[in-house]
Design a protein around this ligand. Sequence first.
Ligand SMILES: [Zn+2]
Length: 257
Amino acid sequence: MNCNEAGALVAAHADDELGGFRRHSIEKHLRSCAGCATKHQGVLALRARLRAEVPYFRAPPALHTRVRAMLADTHAVAPARPRLEPNRWRWLTGGALAGCTATVLAWVVGTAVIDWRANEDVAVEAVATHVRATLNNHLIEVASSDQHTVKPWLSARLDYSPPVQDLADEGFVLAGGRLDTLEKRPVATLVYRYRQHTIDVFVRPEAAHAPSSLRTVRGFNVAYATGAGMDWLAVSDVSADVLSTFVQRLARAAASQ
Ligand SMILES: [Zn+2]
């Protein structure tokens, strides 16, 4: 085995994935080649650091489902792993393909985790913002049930103009709005009353990642919708189905204007 062949197999060997002749060959090569041995040690050290330092999260059911769905897609496009043949070039190709599949897998899982974390964080922050405004008695800065009063007030304080809908016919009465902060940026916040409940709706230009549609954080429901080039993020203690329907209604009404 030469250094090129060994280099292609170092990661698989570090993961203990090689068997039989390939394992024997690379072990022999590592004993006699300082360069490849260093590379191998590097992979082992990196793996140990990842295990020790990367925080561990138990995946919630939504993330489970998402990773499974993405994996199903990946399996459909990933080449099948070739059967082992008594031909070392085939073995090498097999190792490279296995490596590609592992890379795709890592990317898929990584992307899903990052998206999930981003959604998780914005939902948690939205609930914290809603709770803070409620406790400080600071829910409303412009008190009006007239969308033509609330909208210009917000537009004058932001670099975008949030659509403001009146859905009083459906039981959601516009109470006013305020300027708040979400992910370090000023955000238009519409306040609606539904029976005894208060609903905060954060409206901001559509973000790159598609948020998950519904979450519960500290007992509050958080529902998302997109429409009219905006993200609509509603937080309330009203039931999940009511909140979800409402926020989708808002986004649709804005989009159809
Ligand atoms: Zn070598």
